[in-house]
Design a protein. Sequence first.
Length: 265
Amino acid sequence: MGRHISGIRTRFRLIKALMTLKTTKWVEIATAELENQDTHYRSVYGNLNPIDFFKLLNKRANKSLKELPAYSILNNFDYFKGNRDLNQVWSAEPDVSRFVADIAFLLDAQTVLETGSFVGATTTHIAYALSALGGKRKLYFVDVEQRFLDLALHNISTLGLNALDLYPVCGSTLSDAIISSLHTNFDLMFLDSEHVETGLWKEIQIFLPKLSPKGILLIHDSIRWPGVRRCLLRMQDTHHILNFATSNRNGVSAIIPKSCIKDFK
Ligand SMILES: C[S@@+](CC[C@H](N)C(=O)[O-])C[C@H]1O[C@@H](n2cnc3c(N)ncnc32)[C@H](O)[C@@H]1O
């Protein structure tokens, strides 16, 4: 008699999912199964009282919620310009793009960085918010694919938002050349490039030192992607983290180093 194997049904279900479903689906099933097995795998990690976050934002903001930009020229904007081969679901949900841009606006950000700009759905929103603030603000956006940056830049200029200081940066966020080309600290950083734990964790190590003392780090896909969730779990002792559910269930998290705020009250 062979050794008794426990959870045989679960194992077969997972193998079947692995062999037949697309990656996002089998990862979701495997994750749910891990939770069912009581592995103490935490779905989403957060440790920041929402009201404390908004109080902090209020303290740091030069603008009020009442004045937020309307972004109306961005409604129904075609970011793809006929490039139907591009995977449209890579674009952030409109509510995420607005959220990122609104935080830039409220913080009166002088310098903003987005990693993984793709065709510029969020980049244009940030550009819109920075333009509404006025002055020579800096927007850096990074992508490995030059054609995505070209399209993002094209979209920004079509919308007449190119009076800002724009810095499209082509290359991998994990390469030394990229970090050494960023000659500034950032009031707001939005990470949306690496999504697996090893890659994102490296990005966090690389970019976090570039966050200005009053800055906020935003990370996309912090609900849907297990690697992103695990990175947040790894930051729990050193950072205040607040997660927001978003329209496509991707999620976005606001992260503030604890060293920057001794007491939230
Ligand atoms: C999910 S899309 C980003 C969507 C975009 N932020 C938005 O708000 O619409 C991810 C992008 O990250 C880029 N990317 C992935 N890994 C990268 C890396 N290590 N360095 C730079 N760009 C990367 C991809 O080329 C892709 O355009």
